[in-house]
Design a protein around this ligand. Structure first.
Ligand code: TYD
Ligand code: MG
Length: 462
């Protein structure tokens, strides 16, 4: 009689069941059963386990711990993708044998980025492999042709259009590439699990087995994963603990700018971020992002420049706000590129400590260009943009007609709190001719900041 080869294990209580249930028979939790390969069974199992009581049985040798000082730290040379921003976010290139998860919403440019990286590696003489479960080889070739201007090796990359995990693993062992891209982890299918591709069980199994081969053969793996706006359960979230590095590619699909950042990195800092622009010939690194955003800033009521930190680099971005009467109860609070909760906090502080209440008005706040800036230093920019929009007065400092730059965290009592890298932020602003920077150093409270940049005059002074 054939034994079932998979079990469904509850992620809450560990109850295991041969059949899938919507509700766990063990703890009554809903949708917690995840399919896994059944633990190795066989004739010997009962005997091996019998009476051993968790203590290592005969034949198992103890490991030999090494004093840290005696551990060798020879540095393995990294594989450079020659995409400067990607290499920097990775912490200096790909580490052989490492598993990198590249997450992002559909259409953001994950396939484009990984194709370009492989193309560069191929051009540098590295053995590469691109495994796609989403597109046919012909489709991949068409994209590579568009990328040829950006990447000379784009057409030299071997591709495998395949979704069967066993075939992919066998190919990896046979071809022994140095770098492989799996696009995407949600399309791969392990035949011994019954779950559909993309289910938690399948995604986990795919990643785990690819990892075994990667570690054994020293292959650097870029696993592409889709994340939905809600951070879907079967998405790459379940892999975060398993992989060495989690990169997030984000931005609005319709907008030009995309940021790449590391959420986890065992081989480098998680403070790095890179800015890209999607063009007809592929992704282009944006090295002068501050210059563009400052040049595009409107300087109209509701606009302010935020001197933000993108990892270890300062970046100037324009923050815009619109405050308009609402018929909705409760009124709308819409943010793009910023933390929603910070907007609620800033509005409360503005109302309580600066006498600028948004009350029943709709409030929209955007970071221009689709960039995301989720750091406390953005508080002051939100506050100044909203205040300026609510009053209908453009911000100006020292009578200058240049846009105003700012940064600072807002405390609940209306004080401005210092944030990291104040000097580098101010220096970046100065570099682009923004001499007036409102910061916790120049304005101890929100009131002081508002007094410095909001003239009391009505907008129609002319
Ligand atoms: P893609 O890399 O396929 O996104 P993902 O793999 O994350 O789903 O590409 C996303 C979009 O980028 C796609 O709609 C087409 C566009 N694009 C360009 O504008 N220029 C290009 O050179 C390429 C290759 C794609
Ligand atoms: Mg894709």
């Amino acid at each position: 009689m054939a034994r079932p080869t998979t079990v469904h294990v509850c992620s809450e209580c560990g109850h295991s069941s041969v059949r899938w249930h919507g509700q766990c028979p063990g703890c009554d939790a809903w949708n917690t059963l995840v399919e896994e390969r059944a633990p190795v069974t066989g004739a010997g199992r009962g005997r091996d386990r019998g009476g051993a009581g968790g203590v290592a049985g005969k034949g198992v040798r103890a490991g030999t711990p090494t004093r840290l000082a005696d551990v060798s730290t020879e540095r393995v040379p990294r594989l450079l993708t020659a995409i400067g921003e990607l290499d920097r976010v990775l912490g200096g290139g790909l580490v052989p044998g490492s598993l990198v998860l590249l997450g992002g919403s559909p259409g953001i440019g994950k396939s484009t980025l990984t194709n370009m990286a492989l193309g560069n590696l191929a051009a540098a003489g590295r053995r590469t492999l691109y495994v796609s479960g989403e597109e046919s080889a012909a489709q991949i070739r068409l994209r590579a042709q568009r990328l040829i201007g950006a990447t000379s090796g784009a057409l030299d990359v071997p591709v495998l259009a395949e979704t069967d995990l066993d075939t992919i693993l066998a190919t990896l062992r046979a071809e022994r590439p140095e770098v492989v891209v799996i696009d995407s982890v949600q399309t791969m299918h392990a035949a011994d699990l019954t779950g559909a591709p993309g289910s938690v069980g399948q995604v986990r199994e795919t990643a785990a087995r690819i990892m075994q081969v990667a570690k054994a053969d020293g292959i650097a793996v870029l696993l592409v994963g889709h994340v939905t706006k809600e951070g879907s359960l079967a998405g790459p979230r379940v892999l975060e603990h398993l992989v060495d590095c989690v990169l997030q590619f984000e931005g609005e699909r319709e907008r030009t700018y995309r940021t790449l950042r590391a959420l986890k990195n065992r081989f480098g800092s998680t403070n790095e971020a890179g800015v890209f622009e999607m063009r007809s010939g592929g992704l282009v690194e944006v090295l002068d992002a501050s210059a563009r955003f400052v040049a595009e800033a409107t300087g109209k009521p509701g606009s302010v420049i935020l001197a933000a930190m993108e990892g270890s680099r300062p970046l100037l971005v324009e923050v815009q706000a619109l405050v308009s009467p609402s018929e909705l109860v409760p009124p709308r609070r819409v943010v793009n590129g910023l933390d929603r909760n910070r907007l609620a906090l800033v509005l409360a502080v503005l109302g309580r400590h600066a006498g600028i209440g948004a009350g029943s008005a709709d409030v929209f706040v955007n970071v221009v260009g689709g960039v995301r800036v989720e750091e406390p230093g953005a508080d002051l920019a939100i506050a100044l943009a909203v205040a300026s929009a609510a009053r209908g007065v453009p911000l100006q400092a020292g009578g200058a007609r240049r846009p105003v730059a700012c940064f600072g965290e807002l405390g609940l009592t209306g004080e401005l709190r210092t944030v990291g890298h104040a000097d580098r932020r101010a220096a970046e602003a100065a570099k682009f001719g923004l001499r007036h920077v409102i910061s916790p150093e120049s304005a101890p409270t929100l009131r002081d900041a508002l007094r410095a940049v909001l003239s009391a005059r009505a907008p129609q002074a002319a």
